[in-house]
Design a protein around this ligand. Structure first.
Ligand code: TPP
Ligand code: SF4
Length: 293
């Protein structure tokens, strides 16, 4: 039986009171609740405060470049489908620098979970507006208010027919852990956008602000695209729904369309050196045997 303690306890570089702590608790609760052992899980992140999360949990992990968590996460899953793969980073990392990877991942539908720490700000670089910062929000770098409209990640995901779309809040830990579990259990790409207050650099979207501005979805049919789209568009002046917004029941995971992912996982298959030699020769190359010194 796996417990939360199996995932370890580490010192962090996060500010006291940061929403990242509650998010990490919910992640551990979700994994232990699913009885997943640390060796069965792989986290992939980019750069930022949120992207440090995999440093502070005892699991497999890959920490890549800013905005680049999704490509290696999808690669890891295709190489080893037996592994639960989670891409975890900030809203800047995953929707800004990694924005196009986000769109491509939704189209592709590889069976991974994407957790976005959405603090509506660039935390690590000290509070510039991120793609999800609300228009007009004043920061040191945007003293007249952020000029652009905020990116609504869940609406973008529903509009693209992503296969699982949810939104959570770290102030609702059990609810969030349940959403993470549903996302992991979902076969296909699953997004959980998570409100995570940055207590140092976002003085607008605080714990109190999220508490006041969110409500839990009830009597909502996540398989109804129109309903999901309507709920995903509730933001700004309106109250913001948290819960599972959308489930696309028609899509199949990417691996179902890829003949190489059947059978033994690529990660464990032996390389066929003779076949490789033939491929190299077919390009007119020369195959030189390597000797280890
Ligand atoms: C390509 C690139 N652009 C910009 C940076 C600088 N940079 C590092 S972290 C960061 C912001 C991270 O914000 P976010 O992803 O929202 O995560 P948070 O720190 O808020 O958790 C930026 C802009 C970088 N490292 N690489
Ligand atoms: S800067 Fe913000 S996001 Fe980063 S650790 Fe501090 S409170 Fe958390």
């Amino acid at each position: 039986m796996v417990s939360v303690e199996d995932y370890g306890e580490f010192e962090t570089a996060w500010c006291p009171g940061c929403g990242n702590f509650a998010l990490r608790k919910a992640v551990k609760q979700a994994l232990a609740g699913l009885d997943l052992a640390p060796h069965q899980v792989c986290f992939v992140s980019g750069i930022g405060q949120a992207a440090k999360a995999p440093h502070y949990i005892r699991c497999n992990a890959f920490n890549g470049l800013h905005g680049r968590s999704l490509p290696p996460a999808q690669g890891a899953k295709l190489a080893n489908p037996e592994m639960v793969v989670i891409s975890e980073s900030g809203d800047g990392c995953q929707y800004g620098e990694g924005g196009n990877h986000f769109l491509a991942a939704m189209r592709r539908n590889v069976d991974i979970t994407m957790l976005t720490h959405d603090n509506q700000i660039y935390g690590l670089t000290k509070g510039q507006a991120s793609p999800t910062t609300m228009q007009g929000h004043k920061t040191k770098a945007q003293p007249f208010g952020a000029p652009s409209t905020a990116f609504n990640a869940v609406a973008a995901a529903v509009s693209m027919g992503a296969s699982f779309v949810a939104r959570g809040f770290v102030g609702e830990q059990d609810h969030l852990a349940d959403l993470i579990q549903q996302a992991i259990n979902h076969k296909g790409f699953a997004l959980v956008d998570i409100f995570q207050p940055c207590v140092s650099f976002n003085k607008v979207n605080t714990f109190a602000w999220y508490k006041e501005h969110t409500y839990k979805l009830e009597d909502h049919d996540p398989t109804d695209w129109n309903q999901a789209m309507q709920k995903a568009m509730e933001f700004g002046e309106q109250k913001i729904p948290i819960g599972v917004l959308y489930k696309n029941t028609e899509r199949t995971p990417f691996s179902d369309h890829l003949p190489t992912t059947g059978g033994e996982p690529l990660a464990r298959r032996k390389a066929d050196k003779e076949a490789l030699r033939k491929v190299m020769l077919s390009y007119g190359g020369e195959v030189v045997a390597r000797t280890s010194s």
